[in-house]
Design a protein around this ligand. Structure first.
Ligand code: EPZ
Length: 420
């Protein structure tokens, strides 16, 4: 297993090009199951999670070719099976989203339930209720969902009791081939949902309203192939913006959609860093002096993303005062707090709230990654800490950050990967 070693305490200076969004890419890969025509995805990040989805698709007979660059070709001319086994689904829970498209294309699917994960229980009840509303017969047996829709799926009106990114996307992936109209109420509005809808529409689907709470999907009988450019990764961009704000220096991020991080920029500025934006780039500058404390509440888009909560907390650990960070999306997403405390942070967690009393500096320490975004917060803390920070269990990071040592190294970070 690898670890990341950072010799911290130096400002970052340079430029980082942001990759395509992991959380869009893996759902876009599932689109291939809806058509026998080829799909080409450009701006595809090279990540452990995209590899996991690729493995599952190959298991079902899909040709998957990621080549050497950032283009991925997928072709599900014929499916050899409609089962997603536990061993492949447990590696990456979003693989569960193949259930809807398999049902829509073949009328049957057997997909392992994903189980819980480090940040919470993460049930899939909304996914299953939505598929049932579309007419699927769903049986749970020995940890698997056995689903059937022998006469195809039928459009329905579906009201989600709360906002779920995965359930919104999953329902869209099934309803595009259903008979008649589906209307989603209280749908998630994340940029990745718009990206998925744009890809599906370019294949011949009829989706309107993606990015708003009410989404209309007029089912079509077949979909064609497509070449689609994956939307930039707003969480990768936010992570590096916060790395610059935490370690100090001047970093320009390119290939971003700055409007997708509307909830982050004002908070970084409020904390005292300079944020200069245009549509596709941002320059983050922070000189001497400690950041000011800023409170954060995570919310569904367009609110502050839960996927940047840990990284913002690492920033606030160095603030000159107390900040309160509330996690409203996942029940157990404070696993980074004890690790940040090992580096000298002063954090008290009560339920969904963390009280962060700023300290003057981080102290380098051996720490352990617990999930993907928690790992990113430890990297940012390590960049600011004087001395050598060793971050174990790096496979979490490799799930969602492409070439992280290379990208930060370009900005002068003294960061390397070593075998543990
Ligand atoms: C997506 O997860 C992202 N994952 C997450 O990113 C992200 O944190 C999350 O959306 C919120 O933005 C991918 O896109 C692959 P939800 P998802 O359904 O779709 C509960 C990362 O680090 N819920 O919006 O699983 C759920 O437990 C990951 O990249 C149910 O109760 O999130 C959570 O508390 C982590 N029943 C809340 O809803 C359901 O059927 C929101 O989850 C579905 C969800």
């Amino acid at each position: 297993m690898d670890k990341i070693v950072i010799e911290g305490g130096f400002p970052l200076n340079g430029e980082i090009a942001i990759s395509g969004a992991k959380n869009s890419a893996i759902k876009l890969m599932a689109v291939t199951l809806l058509t026998d025509q080829p799909i080409v995805l450009k701006n595809m990040p090279r990540l452990r999670d995209t590899r996991s989805m690729g493995q599952l698709l190959k298991h079902m007979g899909v040709e998957v070719d990621h080549g050497a660059g950032s283009e991925m070709k997928l072709h599900a001319a014929k499916l050899s099976g409609t089962t997603a086994p536990y061993d492949l689904v447990r590696k990456m829970r979003a693989t569960f989203n193949v259930l809807g498209p398999l049902l829509a294309r073949t009328g049957e699917a057997k997909v392992s339930l994903p189980g819980g994960c480090a940040i919470g229980a993460r049930p899939v009840d909304l996914h299953l209720k939505a598929l049932q509303a579309l007419g699927a017969d769903i049986q749970l047996d020995e940890g698997y969902v056995n689903a059937a829709a022998k006469n195809g799926l039928t459009g329905a009106e579906i009201t989600f009791p709360f906002v779920s990114v995965g359930a919104t996307e999953h329902t869209m992936l099934a309803a595009v081939l259903a008979k008649g109209e589906t209307v989603l109420y209280n749908a998630a509005r994340e940029p990745e949902i718009i990206d998925l809808a744009e890809c599906l529409n370019a294949m011949g689907a009829k989706i309107t309203g993606a990015g708003r709470s009410e989404v209309h999907i007029e089912g079509v009988s077949s979909l064609c192939g497509v070449t689609h450019h994956v939307v930039p990764d707003r969480i990768e961009a936010g992570t590096y913006a916060l790395a610059a704000a935490t370690a100090g220096g001047s970093v320009r991020l390119t290939n971003i959609r700055s409007d997708h991080l509307g909830a982050l920029w004002p908070l970084i500025a409020q904390a005292g860093a300079k944020v200069s934006l245009d549509e596709t780039t941002v320059l983050i500058e922070r000189g001497g002096g400690r950041p000011k404390p800023v409170d954060v509440d995570t919310m569904a888009y367009p609110g502050f993303p839960t996927d940047l909560q840990a990284q913002f907390m690492a920033f606030m650990c160095l603030a000159d005062g107390v900040s309160i960070i509330r996690e409203n999306i996942f029940e157990n997403r404070f696993m980074h707090c004890p690790e940040l405390s090992r580096m000298g942070a002063d954090i008290t967690v009560t339920g969904r709230e963390a009280i962060v009393r700023g300290v003057k500096e981080f102290r380098a320490a051996p720490v352990m990654a617990t999930d993907l975004r928690a790992s990113a917060s430890l990297i940012n803390a390590g960049l600011a800490a004087r001395g050598e920070t060793h971050i174990g269990r790096v496979y979490h990071l490799d799930r969602g950050f492409e070439h992280i040592e290379v990208k930060l190294g370009q900005c002068g970070a003294r960061i390397r990967r070593e075998a543990e």
